[in-house]
Design a protein around this ligand. Structure first.
Ligand code: BES
Ligand code: ZN
Length: 615
């Protein structure tokens, strides 16, 4: 018997290289997908598409390998403004029929394809809409090089369906191969094994041999160059950016090593970063094998590289073990924030990690204060049913999730907690999981029979109740305490000269800017003279300073703010500026004028949010 088991597991280990996706029946129905994967589920995608910059369309054929679990007479895909020309079944492409359901706000339309009990392949011929929510088409003018157009996608959380018909929920996993045809002077890259050079004909082949959820489907096309950092890491960017990027991210290889040491092997092969044009709506996106990143993290002094640690950490928390649906998003983002700070600690030391922890706590406190401590959206396990999960998610998943995991760490002890996490990633690699499954693991593998553990850690309150439980670990940073003292002194004497010699690092500057008492124009002028905030090269610092500038109508900063809003599309950095501007009619008028032009430079993710702010 033992022998047979051994043989079986050897066989399955062997098969692991290209095993079909394991889509164990999702424990809870995904409220943000119209598909029904419990009846017929996808396992693999063969994609053959062409990117047309003239019509702003991505189109071609998506061939899905499906498993008809219940012998259903149809299989359902999510779509958003997709134009479907034809659907066939089987490798031999037999004709079949298909129909669209009614348009559901936020979710799009269900595409129902008729299948037989034995159907294993469905071929969908389609084109995306020019205003597909995932896709941003950039003109040459909007790129660093100004010569060639650019395109990138952002699929998380539910935008993949706007450029590929798919079962668009994180509880469904599949492998993929893709052939992508682009203009022959451009290069294509995806969330997969990637080329390092342009091809002569603009045809690129990709392979993702690990089962991923649809929100990790990603494509970028542009005038790209590659530069290696070490044997398994490197950067892609426009030629004029690639060297700066490689310098800024020189520690990427060390980050992967540190991460592996913490929580087990990096299982994806290469780890590269693609630096996008500044309109990328996020700081970073953890597309497998190829993190997509904003150029605003290139500060010139490596001060913002924790963002790379964050996206890399998603290669475990998120990409390897995935939230079952977006109500469990804290499993992705909370774990990743915890993991990110552990990588930072391993590479840059405890003091640096503590500063980031304090800044994070500040964000948490502010978020709770703004939303109200009884707001149900401040629970870790949330209910975003009927809402756009992208507009609904804030910092709770990140920072309350982080604080909860720190609580578990303190309750169990770091050594036990680390062993638990490592085992958890291992046990559930390439699976999608929900909060309840995770808590069962805590009970089984972390509490280890201690029946008082859950009570001590206040697990119930942390996960299912709004606000912050009383056992939240306290945080402090010696460097920041020094700044508190400096601020008190400055508040009393308003002596600005010499301050910038004492407050230097990006973390310290950010702390300083967010802990100043109310300032007036005279203060702003003096601070700007001392620190040069208006002309800062650090986008995080700029964003904070520009909010203060707008609040105080500090006009010397306005031309720079206009420039910032006109080029940077990273939502987190610019939305606070618009929000501040609408508080006063004159500023609102000014911001509205800027936005008229700037909107053309933003990705749908960003302009949908700013539209709401300015309406
Ligand atoms: N996965 C997120 C981005 C995301 C979250 C996209 C939810 C859509 C919906 C990514 O890993 C992330 O968290 N990015 C952060 C940076 C990070 C350092 C906190 C960002 O973009 O600001
Ligand atoms: Zn993240």
């Amino acid at each position: 018997m033992k022998k047979l088991l051994f043989v079986l597991s050897a066989v399955s280990l062997f098969a692991c290289k290209q095993k079909p996706a394991d889509n164990a029946a999702a424990a809870e129905k995904d409220p943000h997908s119209l598909a029904d994967p419990s009846k017929a589920v996808v396992q693999h995608l063969d994609l053959d598409i062409k990117v047309d910059f003239a019509t702003k369309e991505i189109g071609g054929k998506a061939s899905w390998t499906v498993k008809n679990i219940t012998g259903a007479d149809s299989v359902i895909f999510d779509t958003w403004k997709l134009n479907v020309q034809k659907v066939t079944i089987g490798r031999e492409e037999r004709p079949t029929t298909f129909s669209f359901g009614d348009e559901v706000p936020v979710l799009g339309r269900a595409l129902r394809v008729k299948i037989d009990t034995g159907t294993s392949v469905v071929n969908i011929y389609y084109t995306s809409s020019p205003d597909a929510g995932a896709v941003q088409w950039l003109t040459a003018q909007q790129t660093a090089g100004k010569q060639k157009p650019f395109l990138f996608t952002q699929s998380e959380p539910i935008l993949a369906r706007s450029w590929i018909p798919c079962q668009d929920g994180p509880g469904v996993r599949f492998t993929y191969n893709a052939t992508v045809t682009v203009p022959s002077d451009l290069m294509a890259v995806m969330s997969a094994e990637n080329p390092q050079q342009k091809t002569a004909d603009g045809v690129y082949h990709f392979k993702q041999s690990h089962a991923i959820p649809s929100y990790l489907l990603a494509l970028a096309v542009g005038d790209l160059a590659f530069k290696a950092i070490d044997a398994r890491t490197g950067v892609y960017a426009e030629p004029s950016v690639v060297n700066k990027a490689a310098w800024e991210f020189a520690d990427m290889g060390k980050m992967v090593d540190a991460a592996e040491k913490l929580y087990g092997p990096y299982r994806w092969g290469r780890y590269d970063v693609l630096v996008l044009p500044p309109s990328f709506p996020y700081g970073g996106m953890e597309n497998p094998n190829l993190t997509f990143a904003t150029p605003t993290v290139i500060a010139g002094d490596r001060s913002l590289v924790s963002l790379i640690a964050h996206e890399l950490a998603h290669s475990w928390s998120g990409n390897l073990v995935t939230n079952a649906n977006w109500n469990n998003m804290w499993l992705n983002e909370g774990f990743t924030t915890y993991f990110e700070r552990r990588i930072v600690e391993a590479l840059y030391g405890k003091d640096e990690a503590k500063m980031q922890e304090v800044l994070g706590r500040q964000v948490l406190d502010k978020t709770i204060a703004e939303m109200g401590a009884t707001n149900p959206d401040s629970r870790l396990k949330v209910d975003f049913t009927g809402r756009d999960p992208d507009q609904a998610t804030g910092q709770i998943a990140y920072e309350k999730g982080y604080a909860f995991l720190r609580t578990l760490e303190e309750t169990a002890g770091r050594e036990k907690f680390d062993a638990f996490l490592k085992k958890n990633f291992d046990d559930h690699a390439f699976q999608s999981r929900n909060t309840e499954q995770f808590l069962a693991d805590v009970n089984k593998d972390l509490a280890g029979g201690d029946t008082s553990f859950a009570r001590k850690a206040m697990i119930q309150q942390w996960v299912y109740e709004p606000g912050i439980p009383s056992n939240i670990p306290s945080v402090s940073s010696a460097a920041f305490n020094t700044i508190d003292t400096l601020i008190s002194k400055w508040t009393a004497d308003k002596q600005t000269a010499g301050l910038h010699q004492k407050i230097k690092s990006a973390n310290e500057l950010l702390y300083f800017l967010t802990h100043l008492p109310e300032v007036n124009i005279t203060d702003m002028t003096a601070l700007d003279k001392e620190f040069g905030f208006t002309n800062s090269g650090n986008a995080e610092v700029q964003s904070k300073w520009y909010v203060l500038s707008i609040r105080n109508s500090y006009k010397p900063a306005y031309p720079k703010i206009e420039q910032f809003l006109g080029s940077v599309g990273r939502r987190k950095l610019i939305v606070p500026l618009y929000k501040e501007a609408v508080k006063n009619p004159e500023n609102k008028q000014w911001a509205t004028t800027i936005y008229k032009k700037a909107r053309l430079n933003y990705h749908p993710v960003t302009y949908n949010t700013v539209d709401e702010v300015l309406k």
